[in-house]
Ligand binder design. Sequence first.
Ligand code: THU
Length: 143
Amino acid sequence: MTTPPDARALARLLALARRARAAAYCPYSGFAVGAAVLGASGRWFSGANVENASYGLTVCAERVAVLTAVARGERALLALAVVTSSDPPAAPCGACRQVLWEFWHPLGREWPTVVPGAPSGPPSRSLSLAALLPDAFGPATLA
Ligand code: THU
C-alpha cells in the first residue's frame, strides 16, 4: 500500500533540496532554487534551476528534479521539497505544477507533501498538489 511520506522523509527531502540549490546556475536572476522529489520506488532525485542567456530557455529546479526522476524510470512521485530565499518560501510555479501533476502518484494528490522551504530552519507549511493545481488538466482528461 502506498502511504504518505512521514516527517522524517520530508525533512530528508528538504535537506536534499538545500544541497541541490548550491548548484543553481542563475547568473541573470540571482535567484537560486533547489528541489528534490521522492518517488514511489523509494528513490530520491534533486535538481537546481538552470538559466540561459536566452532567458526563456530557463528551466526551474522542480522540473530539473522531476525530469531527472522520470528519465531514471520513476513515474509516480510522492513528495517534493523546494528551497528558495523567498519569505515566505515559494511554492512551485504554475508550469512546474502542471509537470508535477503528470507524474504525481494519483493516491497522493491530497497529501500535504509539497514542502516549500527556506535555506535553513523547519518548513513553515506543506501543501497538497491538488490544492496547488485545482481542476487539473492531466492524463485522465485525455483518456
Ligand atoms: N524558478 C524555479 O526554479 N522554480 C520556481 O518554481 C520558480 C522560479 C527559477 C527560474 C529562474 O531561474 C529563477 O527562479 C527566477 O524566476
